[in-house]
Design a protein around this ligand. Structure first.
Ligand SMILES: Nc1nc2c(ncn2[C@@H]2O[C@H](COP(=O)(O)OP(=O)(O)OP(=O)(O)O)[C@@H](O)[C@H]2O)c(=O)[nH]1
Ligand SMILES: [Mg+2]
Length: 362
């Protein structure tokens, strides 16, 4: 069976940390110790790109950060269960110059690259809006308000200019709001604290952005902290890219978000749904109707029916990491690729790092 395709778009201004995150994401999940603990590993589909990412990471280890990006890159990663030869999930990741959200293109060639790139970002299933942790740290609430307002304006503009050239732009249906450079915050600061501050201080701007994205139910509910490299306490010391936060939680969060989106959509299409129906009741119904899921979900979300065929409801709902790990090990023994990777990912959201780095408020 071919791997499940998942397209992920990171939205973030220049300097927010997109390129460094990509290198850290790749490096962390190719380590043998990662494979031991999480029971899956990733590989770049294009080996040359994989080497470029590693090269970038090794330079980070020497304290050399990348230059600002100048072009649109698509990188594909396959997720393999430990010791099994077949990939279960393929994530398509985009990297591009963040200044595309701020500046006019320099020439016609860049204008075209920008047009195509931004359309691809919009077509992704999951969007991650990256708030720059360094800016939030120094500017406080005003930065978050600015970010939401600016991003809403840019999305609005993109929609209008695209309509003028006959392209229909869409935006991801599921969203995660992530704070980069989380190493600049105290060690007990978690995604839950970030969520509280955002909802307390920027609720009006958040509501406006949700309506521009037409994502009232899907934006502003999932929060993450990410740190790709730890900032040294002493300004002259080297940065340490071996300590990271949330880069291992990201793929699981992306995967679970797509399932949640499908449940919501399925609930919305059922008229008899009671107002109090929980996510898990919705999920249970969806599992029963998994064969008809493909009929009502748009094509790019059909990954969901495949996921639901492989993860049991009990595993999805289980809060016990030890139980999930046991299910995963059994699946590995049987050679059940999908089940092994998917339950491994669900478990990663509930371990210590997952609980600090990821929070969902509704
Ligand atoms: N403390 C800390 N700093 C980081 C982290 N990630 C990135 N940085 C800093 O932020 C700078 C910009 O990171 P990039 O990943 O190049 O930013 P980008 O979003 O790709 O920027 P463009 O390519 O211009 O769009 C880096 O050079 C680092 O100085 C992190 O996890 N922690
Ligand atoms: Mg970059």
């Amino acid at each position: 069976m071919p791997p499940l395709d998942l397209h992920v778009a990171v939205f973030g201004a220049s300097g927010a940390g997109k390129t460094v995150l990509l290198a850290a994401f790749y490096r962390a999940q190719t380590q043998p110790s990662f494979q031991e603990e999480y029971a899956y590993k990733i590989q770049a589909v294009n080996k040359a790109q994989g080497n470029q990412l590693l090269g970038r990471f090794y330079r980070l280890e020497e304290g050399k950060f990348p230059e600002g990006s100048t072009r649109f890159d698509e990188i594909e990663f396959d997720f393999f269960p430990r010791d099994l030869p077949e990939a279960a999930v393929r994530i398509h990741w985009y990297d591009y110059p963040g200044r595309w959200w701020e500046d006019e293109p320099v020439d016609a060639e860049e204008r075209e690259a920008m047009r195509q790139g931004l359309l691809k970002l919009g077509m992704s299933q999951v969007g991650i809006l990256l708030a720059d942790g360094a800016k939030y740290r120094s500017e406080g609430t005003g930065y978050i308000r600015w970010l939401f307002e600016h991003f809403a304006d840019e999305c609005d503009r993109l929609r209008r200019t695209s309509a003028a050239t006959g392209d229909e732009v869409s935006f991801p249906r599921e969203w995660i709001l992530a704070l980069s450079k989380a190493d600049l915050f105290p060690p007990d600061y978690g995604a839950r604290d970030f969520e509280r501050e955002v909802c307390r201080d920027a609720d009006d701007q958040l509501a406006k952005l949700c309506s521009v994205l037409r994502a009232e139910h899907a934006f502003g509910h999932r929060f993450m902290l990410l740190s790709s490299v730890a900032a040294p306490a002493d300004a002259h010391a080297q940065v340490d890219p071996r300590t990271s936060l949330g880069v291992r939680t990201l793929a699981p969060a992306i995967l679970v978000s797509t399932v949640e989106g499908a449940v919501r959509e399925a609930q919305a299409t059922r008229k008899e749904k009671s107002a109090k129906e929980t996510f898990f009741q919705g999920l249970r119904d969806l599992v029963q109707f998994v064969d008809s899921v493909d009929d009502f979900l748009p094509k790019r979300y059909q990954i969901v029916s495949k996921i639901l065929r492989f993860v049991s409801l009990k595993d999805f709902a289980s809060t016990r990491v030890d139980r999930l790990k046991k299910v995963r090990e059994d699946a590995l023994r049987r050679g059940d690729t999908f089940k092994a990777v998917l339950t491994g990912m669900v478990a990663a959201l509930r371990d210590e790092e997952g609980l600090r780095a990821y929070h969902q408020n509704q």
